[in-house]
Design a protein around this ligand. Structure first.
Ligand SMILES: [Fe+2]
Length: 158
């Protein structure tokens, strides 16, 4: 029995899409860890609100990692899954130390926006290749990252 992938997307496109998805996975993992970090380390009068808000966010992000990684597998490529690879692939800077609560919110807005931009950059290739499942995944990720960025941004306004 042939194990060749025959889904109507040629190998070159499958590899290029998997590469783009690997960048999205790296951003998503880095954002996930940043959000969990802030859930643990946030302090100040907004503690309860932010602690719970960050938990809602990292829980959703954790589930998304699996969807992105398994789409990479369905396209025939290995999913990156080490900190070393993620730190090379991500567009998000790692946080050092413990920022103040509102600085955490600012950093998360930037990281949410960065993740959405990484997903958006891949879209033209995915459309060209007729890869609807990846297009659907990218659309869902952009939607949630942009909505979450808006919610976080709202905390910074009067
Ligand atoms: Fe917790």
């Amino acid at each position: 029995m042939s194990t060749k992938i025959d889904i109507g997307i040629d190998e070159k496109d499958r590899k290029a899409i998997a590469e783009g998805l690997s960048k999205l996975l790296a951003d998503s993992y880095t954002l996930y860890l940043m959000t969990h970090n802030f859930h643990w380390n946030v302090t100040g009068p907004m503690f309860n609100t932010l602690h719970l808000m960050f938990m809602t966010q990292y829980t959703e992000q954790w589930a998304a990692l699996d969807l992105i990684a398994e789409r990479i597998r369905a396209l025939g490529e290995p999913a990156p899954a080490t900190y070393k690879e993620y730190s090379k692939l991500t567009s998000i800077d790692e946080v050092s130390g413990v920022p103040k609560a509102m600085e955490m919110v600012k950093l998360l807005v930037k990281a949410q926006e960065a993740t959405s931009k990484t997903a958006r950059k891949l879209f033209p290739l995915v459309e060209k290749a007729g890869d609807q499942p990846t297009a659907d995944l990218l659309t869902q990720r952009q939607n949630i990252h942009e909505k979450t960025a808006w919610m976080l941004r709202s905390l910074l306004q009067d």
